[in-house]
Design a protein around this ligand. Structure first.
Ligand code: ATP
Ligand code: MG
Length: 574
């Protein structure tokens, strides 16, 4: 392939909206071009990269016996109503919906559990046809709140999504393990440094899920891990061991104290010397939405700890939670913001508390009356006993739940996610097969996703330098470029052509840079584009000499044309 025939348009500057290295570099190299927020065109070289990654995904999934299919992007509302997810996705605002000319509601698939379950249900009647695992590689549509970071969080993006169907739980466990192994091979082949973490199952639902995280400072996910035990979890899911709360002692009589303008934990610590945050219980009011109702709920948390909204949503089995507004707080409790508490909390406001407060006596809480706090509150004596839940955000430095050693923190980019769904969808949608006894039973399902457009961006995030992209060879647009520095000089053209042909014959994915541009610009352009191995044919061509560059580490050398093939193959690890 000649680069003169490929549309390449590198830019001099980073685009103004690019915040992270991969976005800056992919845009500056002209590899992605924005058309709307979170919607991109893939330029020819980038599309080669995406196709190479998709091919690695295919090979490793096919090896595990998965079947590639292609499902419709446009889906009828009824399908989503049958699984019970229409309301949640519409309420979240994540789903692009549209109406057809008859006024029927449709959506553009943000994920495909419904379509796949309906498809397999129609095809599979008997346990004899199981197990089945189908996947597709296709555009997904999600109206993300914050589309950003280029390909990392798009509103139209490419995903591999796979769904496994088994007769029973051991079958699902085996299917899940196979996919997990395939995922490890996929990310290893791409040369990515990744880690597998326990994850929340989110809106998809089900029990048991793990995420594949590419470690990078720009990652939107926060991971807690322990080197000793190997425990690793997304902070949305992570648990930790806390040192015990300071003893409250024997219950004392309840006191209500005027605390005008004292609202925050820090202000309370100053106002009540000796009362540390760990002896306080803050009461935070949330507006919670379920399918058929919405309500304000009070959540108590130890003053030095934070509420994890993902855990809260799960504990309430809610569609969504958000902090209540000042007006909602006043209406629910009768008090202004900053004074909510469990004492005299109206009966119709449900009261939840984090387990870290269980058994703690003589707490400091809001007075549920503007300008007042209560001291020596004893839950169950001075107010209702709250319902106890695990609602706390675990933090670095707290104890690993397995080893007890301090947890460490890292940022990660989620490139893949595997879930054990169980019978959540098959049961809701009435998707069953006949078991050995001739009885209809629901399929036991798993689902598995990989960010096919996000992963190459994550690879750049892990592999770049001040000169540009440093593609891992497995997903580079080309493994090698042979560039003639002056296409007007016959001996350069002849030598470059010969080297190109020789490398191609040796199975190298090589391109020929025959573009008319100055040698300096050509070096720079190829450095930015990041081909792993670069051969420059210049003035020394007459004597059969070339310049050789291994892009990773910018290792430059000169060598004889006769050595080029061996050197390229060695640099590519062949
Ligand atoms: P995130 O937490 O990053 O929003 P998710 O949990 O919504 O991800 P899944 O629904 O599990 O993601 O999708 C499977 C994979 O698709 C993810 O692991 C990720 O790699 C990719 N992905 C998800 N959302 C996007 C997006 N908006 N743009 C690009 N890739 C995405
Ligand atoms: Mg998401």
């Amino acid at each position: 392939m000649r680069l003169s025939q490929i549309l390449i348009s590198t830019l001099r500057d980073d685009p103004a909206d690019a915040e992270i290295p991969s976005h800056k570099l992919l845009a500056r190299a002209g590899l992605i071009v924005k058309i709307a927020a979170g919607v991109y065109t893939f330029a020819p070289l980038m599309w080669r990269t995406v196709k190479k990654f998709a091919q690695i995904v295919r090979e490793e999934l096919d090896r595990e016996g998965a079947n590639e299919v292609m499902l419709p992007i446009m889906q009828p509302k009824e399908l989503w109503v049958s699984s019970g997810r229409w309301d949640r996705y519409v309420n979240d605002g994540i789903m692009f919906t549209l109406k057809d000319r008859k006024g029927s509601d449709m959506c553009l698939g943000p994920t495909h559990e419904e379509v796949m379950t309906a498809y397999v249900n129609a095809q599979v009647n008997s346990y004899k046809q199981l197990p089945v695992n189908c996947y597709q590689i296709q555009d997904k549509f999600r109206d993300e709140i914050r589309p950003r970071f280029g390909l990392m969080r798009g509103r139209e993006f490419i995903m591999m999504d796979a769904y496994s169907f088994d007769a029973d739980q051991p079958g699902l466990d085996a299917a899940y393990q196979k996919m997990r192994n395939a995922y490890c091979r996929i990310f290893e082949r791409c040369g990515l440094a990744y880690t597998v973490v326990q994850a929340d199952s989110g809106a998809i639902g089900g029990a048991g899920s793990e995420e594949f995280m590419v470690i990078a400072d720009s990652g939107e996910d926060s991971i807690l891990f322990c080197r000793e035990s190997g425990y690793a979890a997304n902070v949305e899911k992570a648990v930790s061991k806390l040192p015990p709360a300071p003893a409250g002692g024997e219950p004392k009589p309840l006191q209500t104290i005027a605390t005008p303008d004292v609202k925050t934990v820090a202000q309370l610590e100053a106002f009540f010397p000796g009362w540390t945050a760990a002896r306080m219980a803050k009461t935070v009011l949330y507006h919670v939405t379920w399918k058929a109702k919405a309500k304000v709920v009070a959540v108590m948390m130890r003053g030095d700890l934070e509420i994890n909204e993902v855990k809260l949503t799960n504990a309430l089995d809610a569609l969504a939670v958000r902090l209540a507004t000042d007006d909602e707080i006043k209406a629910a409790t009768g008090a202004d913001v900053g004074f909510a508490g469990p004492v005299n909390l109206p009966e119709d406001v449900p009261l939840l508390a984090d387990e870290s407060l269980q058994g703690v006596t003589n707490l400091l809480t809001g007075g549920n009356k503007t300008g007042y706090h209560c001291l020596d509150v004893n839950l169950g004596r001075d107010c209702r006993m709250p319902s106890w839940k695990e609602l706390r955000t675990a933090r670095a430095g707290e104890g690993c739940p397995v080893s007890g050693k301090p947890l460490e923190q890292a940022r990660g980019i989620e490139v893949g996610h595997i879930f054990k769904l169980g019978i959540k969808y098959s049961k809701a949608m009435g998707a069953t097969f006949m078991d050995q006894g001739g009885k209809p039973v629901p399929f036991v399902m798993g689902c598995y996703g990989i960010g096919v457009s996000r992963t190459p961006a994550a690879a750049v995030e892990q592999s770049f330098d001040d000169k540009g992209i440093v593609w891992p060879p497995a997903i580079a647009p080309f493994e090698c470029v042979v560039a003639m520095l002056d296409p007007k000089r016959d001996e350069q053209v002849a030598l470059a052509d010969a080297l190109y042909a020789e490398l191609k014959a040796a199975g190298v994915d090589v391109c020929l840079d025959d573009r008319a541009m100055s040698p300096g610009a050509k070096f720079k352009d190829n450095e930015l584009l990041g081909f792993p191995v670069q051969v420059f044919v210049g003035r020394k061509a007459a004597e059969g000499g070339v310049e050789f560059l291994v892009r990773k580490g910018m290792q430059k050398s000169e060598c004889a044309a006769a050595e080029v093939k061996a050197k390229v193959l060695a640099a590519l690890g062949r």
